[in-house]
Design a protein around this ligand. Sequence first.
Ligand SMILES: [Ca+2]
Ligand SMILES: [Ca+2]
Length: 459
Amino acid sequence: MKTRRLYPIVALFLFLFSCSKDTPTPTPDPVAPEVVEPPFMNLNTSLSVSSPSVEVEEGNPAVISLQLSEKLSEELAISIEQHTDELINVVNPEDYSTDLEFSVNNGSTWASVSNGSVAFPKESTTLQVRFSTVNDEQLEVHESLWVRITPNPSNGITLSNEAIADVKITVLDNEENTQYFEGFMTFTIENNSNFKLKNISRTVSTTQEKAWIDQGGLPQELLDDIRFLIKSSPVPVVEFSAKYDTENTTLGSVYNLGVGYMDDSDRWVLNMNLAYGFLDSDLEQPISYNENGYFGNTLVHELGHILTLNYHNQINTQISEQASCTTFYDDPYGCMNSDAVLAEFNKAFYKEQEFFEPVAVTAYAETNSGEDIAETFLFYVAQDSIPEAFDYSSGALHKINFVKNNKWLKDFKQLSDSIHLNLDLDYGPIDYKVGRALGSKPSCIWSQKEIMRAVEARR
Ligand SMILES: [Ca+2]
Ligand SMILES: [Ca+2]
C-alpha cells in the first residue's frame, strides 16, 4: 500500500520538470557549399516544320512554325525563300508580300527578315516566319506558293533531320462563288447577250484556265461566236460553262434546265470544251481560236439539239406518257409535235428504210437519231453546196436534203457566214457515196439523270 501514497508526488515532480524553460545558445546554420553548374552545351538537334502545308484566307498573314527537338547552345541560322516553281494554281505576284517577318516569342513580337536569313537564338526551340497576303476583290482560284527552309548549321552544330520539304502555302480566295460548276468558268447569260461570270473552279489543271480566270473572262472572239449562236436560238440559253479538258473527247453538250425542274420552260445550258477551240485536233499544238473550225462545228451541232428538242415548238407538253405519244418520244424531253423535226426525221429514216452508204454524215451521227439530226444540221450549214438527192444517193445526202427542206431548220444556213466551220477536218462534204472509217462515241445529249444532278447541284 506504500506505493499508492507516493504517486501524487512523483506526478508533481514530473509536471514541474516538463514546464521548465530550456534556452540553449543558438548555433549558425551550416553554409551550403557553392555548386558551379557547367555551361549549357548542346550542338545536336533536329529541325522540323509544324505542317507541310498551310492554308490561309486571303488578307491574313501566312505563318510557318519551326521547331527544334533540342535547344542548342549556339545560334542556328536558317534561310527562308519563297518560290512558285511548277505550280499551276500559282499565286499572282501582287497577291502576297515578299517581305518576311519572324518571331522568337510565339508571335508576341515580330521583326523583319533581312536577306532571307533568320536564326534560332541560343537555347530556344521555336521560331515563326510570316508574310502578308492581299485581300482583293478578284474572284480567283485558291492559289499557292512554296516556302523553302534551309538550315545553315555552323559552330559545330549538327542536325539529325532529313532536308525539309518545301512548305506549300495556299491562299484561299474569299470572293463569293456558287458551289456547283460544270467547268472552270460558268457565265449566266442575261437577255441572250450579257455574259456575267457566276462561278469558277477553285482549282484548275492547266495554265490556260488559270490565265483566263486571272483575266476575269474568256477571249472576246469566242464569246462573240457564242453570243451570235444563242441570239440565233428560238429559246433562251441562260448559262454557258467553259471546260478545258484535254483528256475528254466530249467537245460540247447542251441541256434544258426546265426538264430537271419538271416544267415545260426552255432554259438551256451550253457546255463547251475550249481545248478544242485553242489546240489542234490532237490536243497538242496551240492554234488561234477556232482556226481549224472544230469548235465552230461543235457550236452549230449543239444548236441543232436546241432546235430539235425545245418545248417552244418541238415538244408536245400536253402528253407526258410515252404510251400516249403517237409521233416520236424522246427520253427525257418528251413527245414530239407531229410536225417536229425529230418526228419527221424518225419517220423518214428510222423506220427500217434502207439507204446507200454512208447512211449518216459522220460516225458520231450513228449514235442515235438525236445526234444524227444535230450532225446532219451541221453538214447542212457548213457545206458550200448541197447536191439534190436521188434514189441512188447516200442516206447521208438524203438526210442533209431533209434539213434543207425542213421548215424549222432551213433558215439557219447563214450561220456559216458568221461562225467559222470546216468539214474538211472531219469527214469532208457529203455528195454521193463516201467511204470512210467509222468509230463511235457516247451521245452528248444529257440524260434525265444527268440533268437532275445538275439541277440538284443548284439548290
Ligand atoms: Ca490571284
Ligand atoms: Ca480575291
